[in-house]
Design a protein around this ligand. Structure first.
Ligand code: GTP
Ligand code: MG
Length: 740
């Protein structure tokens, strides 16, 4: 199709008005034609060709050069191999394993799930205001012009771009459009054929993106379309999935901004784009902060990744700055980094420091700021070099992390199986003693259950207290922050000036301060809750193994209490405070949270960073609401006319008024309530799972001790040995590429 706008700007290099003059139409006609080039008819084309001295062929064939695809070394190959070796090993052994035993069957299933989960490619999300040039940058990285781009707000759904080799066999098309259920479309489930069928809206060549995935498309009004997955063959996709997102700030659909910002939750790395001309103005910083907050921190001194290595803040279309003057572009980046650093409250940097042990200084942050344009290689080199470095490094980190996790799991399984084996041997030798202990255990059960019920009720009561406490402390913090005095002081201490930009930044700073407070209040209370949960689990453990410890001949039933409790979290949507508990479990917790859909690299942060890293995993707590409120307040500031006189006080009052207009305190209070509701639900699910798992173990043991013949027992011994051998011979390659 004839791209009039680009032709006018890039070839003719004249304004719309000049062009209108040249071809003898009104400027609004030109503007309309540029917006909808498909409406340009043949006679108009002839007219343009005549007026500009171009042939029709030249016009229609005009296409801007797309830069060469980003070349990367395919270091993911090794991970892919490792995954296949492991999956093949499972597959080849399945036939010979005693999988009629539910426990053994679960081990194999868990391993399979883990191999699938741990070797997921990192996801790179490209976000920013509409028209920043996100889709253009992606096309350039891919080296093919597959994402629709235009000068008006374009992309309307999240587009997940994956490598063609990652396409499941049952998918035949290049692109598929999906509808989102209540919780959105879960791209991690796309390899499940049934999920694919259930959520698929349409499929075909990538060009269907223009129909379903753009605001100009014929099917834009179909609100059901929520995501697309596209399979392409570009080098960069060997190392990562790329996500093209709708732009912020279009005001087209209420949820667009929040949707786009939520998808950064799943991202391992984020490219945030803002046009160099007007860099990080208005609500831009607000969205950038939301991305920062959701980004996992996995940098640390051992893996030698730099602070915020997975964040790229881009001043796009840098060629527009005085013909791409590098010095001027750099000073725009300097000022942007400075402003951004100032707008992020210290709590957020402190949280990141707690995970990584790095100091987040403005100098470090500045290193994450880059320029970009498809027009001059010199203005994108630095970005491309750093992106390449990150992408070529992540596979090693993911591999090392997977390796650690697998070893930890295998060790756990092996230990449990060894205990089981000892039990069988003892059944042969001293069945009477075992029968006796089992009888006692059965007798103790009603009392144990009763005690645990009581303990559970106590936990619930504690959670209710936490709810009240956190509500009260938040209310206090909120009224301190959203008060004229505090705001006036803030204006003074941060040196904000009486101008629109500064007012927006002030409003933005206040909103992140509030969110940081919510996060911290909930984090501290959740840490208290961790102690209570661990106590609950310890009591349970003590009760079921009472005889094993008190009786010299007592025996232990192999049972991992913590893991059984955690398994109750698997099927539920939000953990509340239990996310913090999970994050104290190291690799196990990382794995549980990753299986839930948080980014692969969060697992690395979680396995080393403890509860501080869970803040990322739960950054959505309050996130969307804070974002929505902040954006309204900031926009409210925009139309606020600054009177003369005590402007600081006036501004402060205006902000306080905006917050009350937004009913902010109430909304935040609901967020806190929901957090504790989720916590209660999660705790009950986990406690139920623990009880259920234990009952299963106990009955299984009872059956063996009471009814197994000596032959049965001998067969069971050989089965458990078979399982141990199966785990011992797992072909886990030696791996010490990078410490994490
Ligand atoms: N010459 C030039 N044009 C660019 C560059 N980046 C973006 N553009 C143009 O800017 C317009 C907007 O770019 P898009 O890539 O569609 O922007 P986007 O961020 O994806 O916008 P939404 O999808 O609406 O969120 C398009 O017409 C692009 O051709 C660039 O580096 N150089
Ligand atoms: Mg786009």
């Amino acid at each position: 199709m004839f791209n009039l706008r680009d032709f006018r700007q890039d070839v003719l290099k004249i304004t719309q008005a000049e062009f209108a003059n040249l071809i003898g139409v009104r400027q609004d006609n030109v503007s309309r034609m540029e917006k909808n080039p498909e409406t340009i008819d043949l006679s108009m084309l002839m007219n343009i060709a005549n007026a500009t001295g171009q042939s029709l062929d030249q016009l229609v064939g005009y296409k801007k050069d797309v830069p060469q695809a980003l070349e990367v070394e395919n270091v993911w190959k090794e991970n892919e191999n490792m995954k296949h070796v492991l999956l093949d090993y499972l597959e080849n052994n399945i036939e010979h394993l005693p999988l009629e035993t539910e426990w053994y069957d679960n081990i194999v299933k868990e391993l399979e799930e883990m191999f699938q989960t741990m070797f997921k490619k990192p996801k790179v999300a490209v976000v920013g205001m509409s028209d920043a040039g996100k889709s253009s940058l992606i096309n350039a990285l891919l080296g093919v012009e597959k994402m629709p781009t235009s000068w008006t707000p374009t992309t309307s759904i999240s587009v997940h771009i994956k490598h063609i080799n990652d396409r499941p066999e049952f998918i035949k098309d290049e692109a598929t459009i999906f509808e989102g259920s209540e919780n959105g479309f879960d791209v991690n489930r796309i390899h499940q054929h049934s999920y694919y069928e259930e959520t698929r809206l349409a499929s075909g060549p990538t060009s269907i993106l223009s129909e379903y995935g753009t605001r100009q498309g014929d099917y834009y009004s179909i609100e059901d379309a929520s995501a697309a997955v596209v399979y392409l063959d570009s080098p960069i996709l060997q190392l990562c999935d790329v996500i093209d997102l709708p732009g912020f700030g279009t005001g087209d659909r209420d949820m667009d901004d929040i949707m786009a910002s939520q998808s950064t939750e799943f991202a391992d790395a984020t490219i945030y784009m803002s046009p160099a001309n007007g860099f990080l103005r208005g609500t831009d910083i607000e969205f950038l902060k939301a991305s920062l907050n959701a980004l996992p921190a996995f940098e640390n001194s051992q893996n030698e990744l730099e602070p915020l290595n997975n964040l790229f803040v881009i001043a796009s279309q840098a060629h527009t700055i005085n013909h791409g003057n590098k010095v001027e572009v750099d000073s725009i980046l300097d000022a942007g980094a400075e402003r951004f650093y100032r707008e992020v409250p210290e709590e957020i940097w402190e949280n990141k420091s707690e995970v990584s042990n790095y100091q987040y200084t403005v100098e470090e942050i500045r290193k994450r700021f880059y320029s970009y344009t498809t027009d001059h290689a010199g203005l994108r080199e630095d970005f491309e070099k750093n992106l390449r470095y990150l992408l070529e490094t992540l596979p090693f980190i993911i591999k090392q992390n997977a390796w650690n996790m697998m070893n930890e799991y295998l060790d756990k399984y092996k230990k449990e199986l060894e205990i089981e084996k000892v039990n069988f041997i003892e059944i042969l030798d001293e069945r009477e003693a075992k029968l006796e202990q089992l009888k006692q255990m059965k007798n103790d059960e009603p009392m144990r259950k009763y005690e645990m019920q009581k303990a559970r009720k106590e936990v619930m009561e504690k959670i209710e207290l936490f709810r009240d406490d956190t509500q009260a402390s938040f209310e206090k913090e909120f009224s301190e922050i959203v008060s004229p005095d505090y705001i006036v002081n803030l204006i003074k201490s941060k040196g904000y000036k009486k101008k629109k930009d500064d007012m927006e930044h002030l409003a933005s700073f206040i909103s992140s301060k509030i969110q940081a407070k919510i996060q911290n209040i909930l984090k501290y209370k959740s840490e208290d809750l961790n102690l209570i949960i661990n106590q609950y689990i310890e009591n349970f453990e003590g009760a079921i193994h009472k005889h094993a410890y008190s009786d010299v001949r007592g025996f232990k039933i192999p049972f991992d209490t913590k893991k059984a409790f955690a398994s109750g979290l698997a099927g539920i949507a939000t953990f509340g405070g239990l996310a913090f508990w999970a994050s104290t479990l190291g690799n196990l917790g990382g794995y549980i949270l990753v299986a839930k859909g948080v980014s692969v690299l969060s697992a690395v942060g979680i396995s080393v960073g403890g509860t501080a890293s869970a803040v990322t995993a739960i950054s959505l707590i309050g996130g969307p609401i804070t974002l929505a409120i902040a954006v309204s307040v900031i926009l409210g500031m925009g139309v606020f006319m600054l009177g003369s006189g005590g402007w600081k006080k006036n501004v402060a009052k205006k902000i306080v008024k905006e917050y009350s207009k937004q009913d902010a305190l109430n909304k935040f209070s609901n967020v806190i309530d929901e957090f504790w509701d989720d916590t209660e639900f999660a705790f009950n699910s986990a406690a139920d799972a623990l009880e259920e798992e234990w009952q299963k173990k106990l009955s299984a043991m009872e059956e063996k001790v009471s009814y197994y013949s000596a032959d049965d027992v001998r067969r069971s011994i050989s089965e458990v040995e078979q399982m141990i051998k199966f785990l011992e011979e797992m072909p886990i390659p030696f791996c010490n590429a990078i410490a994490v």
